[in-house]
Design a protein around this ligand. Sequence first.
Ligand SMILES: N[C@@H](CCC(=O)N[C@@H](CS)C(=O)NCC(=O)O)C(=O)O
Length: 217
Amino acid sequence: MRYYDFALAPNPRRVNLFLAEKGLVIDTVEINLRGGGQFEADFRARNPQAMVPCLELDDGSVLGETMAICRYLEVQHPEPNLFGRDAREVGFIEMWNRRAEIEGFLPAADALRNEGERFHGRALAGPRDYPQIPQLVARGKARAAAFLADLDAHLAGREYVAVERFTMADINAWVTVEFAARVRVEPHAEQADLRRWYAALAARPAFKALPPAPPPA
Ligand SMILES: N[C@@H](CCC(=O)N[C@@H](CS)C(=O)NCC(=O)O)C(=O)O
């Protein structure tokens, strides 16, 4: 099994936190997205999606998608459980995984990739080029800010996002908040519950071991 990573990019960071929380160490190849490593022939032959993270299994097949990779590994390494032990946990963890990704992470990605030269013609990750749509920058920031506000309200009186213990939903929401900072959407001073939760997770060994995220664009 071989894991293809780029430790600065937000989707691999979700997998990296999952691996660290599980205490898993996997043979890892760093694909330098800033140098176009995702388009090199060898990597594209393995993964025509030209994205990281992905996991090459021992039979040579390649599993893409952050959540699919984490779910695959959770089945192989069930403890500590991060995706739910019963129907209630599974349901709420899945709900917050999807909310974090759809309402926070993807809007922040819209804001990042539809502005500036760096992603000119590359408004979406993947093998196809798409032009930027500048109007998506403001909308993406507004939606990411709304996600942070909703998360702050939800966290009042709660230690963790989905259930009464640390789960994958915390990883997804935390990386979403970290990623939103790259487009200068950050928790407000008065969002005390969001700040408390974010700081508590940042103090966990797995989070402390993560290399710092890139500064705001
Ligand atoms: N839906 C995929 C998205 C993966 C993705 O967007 N990866 C980015 C890094 S965060 C990438 O590989 N970008 C390559 C590019 O921009 O060309 C997942 O959840 O894993």
